[in-house]
Design a protein around this ligand. Structure first.
Ligand code: ATP
Ligand code: MG
Length: 414
């Protein structure tokens, strides 16, 4: 038997409604915030991610699916959504249109990680990227969009952590302070963090290695180093969130430590799904568009992991049941089969979900099958009904039975 690759999953027909529930909720939320969908390729030139995600991140260091295509070009399967969207924003000159431009996406992502609960090699994200506004209001709006999405899904017991990682100016001083603090324990840092120490020390705060975590336990806080502008911006974000009734905690350990990431960063974390508790993370990246050659244009966004959301929703039993089949038509005899075929076709024309038998089942087996399909109504057509031009409709919940004229069936399905 050929099996699927490690770290990937099939979404089977019996479960796809769960995905559709999350995706529909994502689209509806994006819509009320006036965000439009953007779709970018599943693979890009490797440089897009090397540049857009950053060389000191886990993603670029060890997680990318990179390969040479037959033309010898290095391409990479998208490990996240932002870089491709920024590339498209710049390449298509979208900065010349009305700003802010609000975009969203639902996309598969690929990372070569050790598979475990909530950590896959192919996973899916719902994300948004808003371009062109430096105003703290847009930070609050992006966070509010995330919160609205989680609320609409029915996610409970989730904590919003926010932080500011400042700008190029204030971070310089912080990096010095952090390096000074880490110096004594430099030898105990993991290899990746040793590299980060020079290139981007703030990323060390994000390391999952236990030794590194212990070392950074009492590290200086970026919040003590913010410049006036960044401080005012962070305070404004907080006051807007408070005004919108969004609860949050400040956590100076949350970093998105690239040079072109700035100011606000945030995460929604759940205690209910084990170690992989971060379901949604985001932040401001005012230098990223410029990095792609698109001028000084601000950006901010987030991405939510759909698999982790589903784990959360399933454990809470928060996913609404799949839409039931409205009408199952059970024919008795060959003439009735033709009629049943015709009836289901007419129902479907009216937008009513309908099903009939193609397996030659007897009437008892058909009722069993209709139960399995969770049909709300079962219509029975036998020779008697055929001659009278009616169908016997049974309400499967109440057990009530009525005869409906063949041309008025829809009216009886309530
Ligand atoms: P983690 O710290 O768990 O590795 P991350 O910081 O790498 O997460 P982001 O790059 O911020 O994650 O991606 C945003 C969201 O995508 C995460 O919060 C998570 O819900 C989801 N996600 C990230 N990596 C995976 C994965 N390998 N499998 C499933 N979901 C993932
Ligand atoms: Mg990761």
């Amino acid at each position: 038997m050929i099996t699927l690759p490690k770290g990937t999953k099939d979404v089977l027909p019996e479960n796809s409604y769960k995905w559709q529930f999350v995706e529909k909720t994502a689209r509806e939320t994006a819509k009320v915030f006036n965000a439009k969908e953007i779709r970018t390729p599943v693979f890009e030139h490797t440089e897009v991610f090397a540049r857009g995600v950053g060389e000191t991140t886990d993603i670029v260091n060890k997680e990318m699916y990179t390969f040479s295509d037959k033309g010898g070009r290095s391409v990479t399967l998208k490990p996240e959504g932002t870089a491709g969207v920024v590339r498209a924003f710049v390449e298509n000159g979208l900065y010349a249109g009305a700003l802010p431009l609000k975009t969203y996406y639902i996309t598969p992502c690929f990372r070569y990680e050790r598979p475990q609960a909530g950590r896959l090699r192919e996973f899916h994200q719902f994300g948004v990227e808003f371009f062109g506004a430096t105003d703290a209001g847009i930070d609050a709006e992006v966070i509010l969009l995330a919160k609205t999405f989680l609320d609409k899904l029915g996610v409970k017991n989730i904590t919003l952590y926010i932080n500011s990682i400042g700008c190029k100016e204030c971070r310089k001083e912080y990096h010095d302070a952090l390096k000074n603090y880490l110096k004594a324990n430099y030898d105990k840092l993991c290899d990746l963090c040793k590299d980060r120490y020079e290139k981007n020390p703030m990323r060390i705060l994000d390391c999952k290695n236990e030794d590194c975590k212990a070392i950074t336990e009492n590290a200086p806080s970026i919040l003590d180093y913010l410049c006036e502008d960044c401080k005012a911006h962070f305070e404004k974000v907080q006051s807007l969130l408070k005004a919108a009734g969004v609860e949050f905690k400040i956590n100076p350990k949350i970093v998105r430590g690239l040079d072109y990431y700035t100011k606000t960063v945030f995460e929604f974390v759940s205690e209910n799904i084990g170690a992989q508790g971060t379901v949604l993370g985001g932040g401001r990246y005012d230098g990223l568009v410029e990095q792609f050659g698109g001028g000084k244009i601000a950006g901010i966004g987030f991405a939510a992991g759909i698999e982790r959301l589903l784990l959360l929703l399933e454990s809470a039993g928060a996913i609404p049941a799949d839409d039931a089949l409205t009408l199952y038509v059970a024919p008795m005899g060959d003439d009735a089969r033709d009629k049943a075929f015709q009836i289901v076709a007419e129902m479907r024309d009216k937008g009513i979900s309908a099903e009939t038998d193609y397996m030659g089942r007897g009437i008892k087996a058909q009722f069993k099958y209709a139960d399995k399909l969770k049909a709300k109504f079962v219509g029975i057509v036998g020779s008697d009904e055929l001659s009278r031009g009616v169908i016997k409709i049974k309400n499967m919940q109440s057990g009530e039975e009525v005869y409906a004229p063949i041309d008025k069936i829809a009216e009886f399905l309530r």
